[in-house]
Design a protein around this ligand. Sequence first.
Ligand SMILES: Cc1cc2nc3c(=O)[nH]c(=O)nc-3n(C[C@H](O)[C@H](O)[C@H](O)COP(=O)(O)OP(=O)(O)OC[C@H]3O[C@@H](n4cnc5c(N)ncnc54)[C@H](O)[C@@H]3O)c2cc1C
Ligand SMILES: *[C@@H]1O[C@H](CO)[C@@H](O)[C@H](O)[C@H]1NC(C)=O
Ligand SMILES: *[C@@H]1O[C@H](CO)[C@@H](O)[C@H](O)[C@H]1NC(C)=O
Ligand SMILES: *[C@@H]1O[C@H](CO)[C@@H](O)[C@H](O)[C@H]1NC(C)=O
Ligand SMILES: *[C@@H]1O[C@H](CO)[C@@H](O)[C@H](O)[C@H]1NC(C)=O
Ligand SMILES: *[C@@H]1O[C@H](CO)[C@@H](O)[C@H](O)[C@H]1NC(C)=O
Ligand SMILES: *[C@@H]1O[C@H](CO)[C@@H](O)[C@H](O)[C@H]1NC(C)=O
Ligand SMILES: *[C@@H]1O[C@H](CO)[C@@H](O)[C@H](O)[C@H]1NC(C)=O
Length: 506
Amino acid sequence: MRIRDNAINGVTALFAEIVAPEISEAPTTLGQSGKAGIIKSCLDQGGIQATISTDASWSNDTASFQFRLAREPAAIAFPQDKDQVAVALECARNASIKVSAIGRAHSFQGYGYGNPGNLVIDMQAFTDLSFNNFTNQLTFGGGANVGPAAKYLWDNYRRHFPHVRGSHVGLAGSTMGGGFGTTSRFLGIPTDNLASIEYMLYNGSVVTAGPGSDLLWAAQGAGPSFGIVLSATLNTHEVPIDGAISYSLALGDVEVDAASTALLKIQKWVTSGQAPDELSLRFSLGNFASAGFFYGAEAEFDQALEPLVESLRSIAPAANLTKTVLPSFWDSEVAATGAGMNDPTGGQLGGRASLVQSWTVTSDNALSLKQAKALLQSYHSLNRTDIVGSGFLDLWGGISRNITDSDTAFAHGKNLWLIRVDGVANSGVWPSDGSAYMQALLEPFESSLKKSAPLRSFVNYVNSELSVKEWSSRLYGKNFAKLQKIKTGVDPKGLFSGYGLAIPAK
Ligand SMILES: Cc1cc2nc3c(=O)[nH]c(=O)nc-3n(C[C@H](O)[C@H](O)[C@H](O)COP(=O)(O)OP(=O)(O)OC[C@H]3O[C@@H](n4cnc5c(N)ncnc54)[C@H](O)[C@@H]3O)c2cc1C
Ligand SMILES: *[C@@H]1O[C@H](CO)[C@@H](O)[C@H](O)[C@H]1NC(C)=O
Ligand SMILES: *[C@@H]1O[C@H](CO)[C@@H](O)[C@H](O)[C@H]1NC(C)=O
Ligand SMILES: *[C@@H]1O[C@H](CO)[C@@H](O)[C@H](O)[C@H]1NC(C)=O
Ligand SMILES: *[C@@H]1O[C@H](CO)[C@@H](O)[C@H](O)[C@H]1NC(C)=O
Ligand SMILES: *[C@@H]1O[C@H](CO)[C@@H](O)[C@H](O)[C@H]1NC(C)=O
Ligand SMILES: *[C@@H]1O[C@H](CO)[C@@H](O)[C@H](O)[C@H]1NC(C)=O
Ligand SMILES: *[C@@H]1O[C@H](CO)[C@@H](O)[C@H](O)[C@H]1NC(C)=O
């Protein structure tokens, strides 16, 4: 078993005691989790609604998409406005406990509830949406979620922002951690589209981090480390046409070797400039089919795909392209992101016990046939009955060709593929050896990948079991030192350091 230096669950009191001394004004012998009563009475005095583990609503209040990890905060506060957030932060500072925000609780790594003993600020009251018709920017509250925001923008202004494929997912969290979606190849990822963020800092001061500021740069990949996001503003876009093509490109019954060759042919089609940016493509590791959307005219789609299908038939004779013309852009939003897009609440939280791992590959170090085979072979070696696999490669490329790693804290310049593999528990309960098993399963791919370039990953899909050294280099690369400096200036006492991806102060 790996030794983790970023405690998320299981290792409770020990790690809580190690992290606590960073905030050291109030001498105490209580562990963080022993402070529920203190923090609750402070919140009560401030008139802030809050719950602790003995309250009847606790299991609802700590509901999480991720079942694998325990949720053991000291208390959850439900502030109704900025002033209440400020008081809650003061209560946490006074009690020497750390703070994390919960948006919509979709983090695959349980980062919203953070380490045991946190004060969790639940942002559910902060869901305002507004549109500025001079800047064409959307401003959303720190607790807003994807579906209602996308629908508001489309219904009222016929505009769009790139977003994740989950209507209930929190907008602040997903935007700060990447947010790759079906329009990201031509409009960028949500992180790239962040125009500004309104933060409440550890001391209750409210700052708006705008273009060119260090804090906005840092938020673009590491946002939860710096404060509570009260609101944020995104660039929005017109869509190329009000409609889309939904397609599937099956390979038929092929083995790993042929499927790997096919994947390389798809890659070649992309790197030789034949794949339009307005196309999304997700290659499934399960059945080797590609599927996605094209945001343009049908004739253009047919023309672009024809040479690809032809070249695939040389290895997979049954390769079969099927398409459906969607009459409106909104139909494609629902098809890509789920029926929750039409639900005023964004739909349901859902959930499962799982471990996600991810890798990104750049156009400078495109996949070799050997690496593709290692990936497909590793994935298909999964041989357990208590864990099922789910895995795909999302084609990136597109406008990321013009992005360099230093543009935002999250290093994603020239990304060509976003590769993701999940192990999902069959029973809803994660087996105790599941994480070690899934990491060992993908090890042959990982070691093949790191022969050609340093490993890279994706914030929202990062493997929670990595050490600080591993995740810092995979997500931030050379940006990490600057991030640490910014952290030291903005959150000097590490109030927002109570979660697995917290940037360590320098
Ligand atoms: C069904 C599903 C589909 C997904 N699809 C995609 C996808 O297509 N592309 C993609 O990139 N990701 C995807 N994700 C991952 C998702 O984008 C991230 O997990 C995201 O961080 C979730 O945000 P949340 O608010 O729902 O989660 P939370 O767990 O509430 O928060 C996630 C992180 O953001 C922080 N945070 C949230 N709100 C605030 C705030 N107001 N102030 C400060 N910090 C805040 C939390 O502290 C935590 O660190 C998906 C996840 C799920 C479960
Ligand atoms: C928990 O949430 C469910 C579903 O929203 C609701 O029916 C139930 O009453 C809640 N329970 C408590 C104790 O709040
Ligand atoms: C925090 O502690 C200070 C100093 O003891 C005190 O004046 C202040 O009222 C406390 N804040 C809250 C919200 O209890
Ligand atoms: C912009 O919004 C204002 C206020 O709602 C409205 O009066 C104006 O007509 C709008 N302008 C455009 C170009 O839509
Ligand atoms: C292609 O796929 C469609 C839809 O799944 C199916 O109806 C059709 O028979 C397939 N064609 C071939 C040649 O396999
Ligand atoms: C499952 O796979 C592992 C590693 O790939 C192997 O060691 C083991 O023997 C396999 N078990 C079964 C039952 O096939
Ligand atoms: C993006 O990069 C390509 C070359 O890789 C260049 O031709 C193009 O002009 C760039 N686009 C923008 C918007 O900078
Ligand atoms: C709060 O902290 C920030 C960052 O350290 C600092 O710039 C600001 O002056 C502080 N505000 C107050 C009121 O002390």
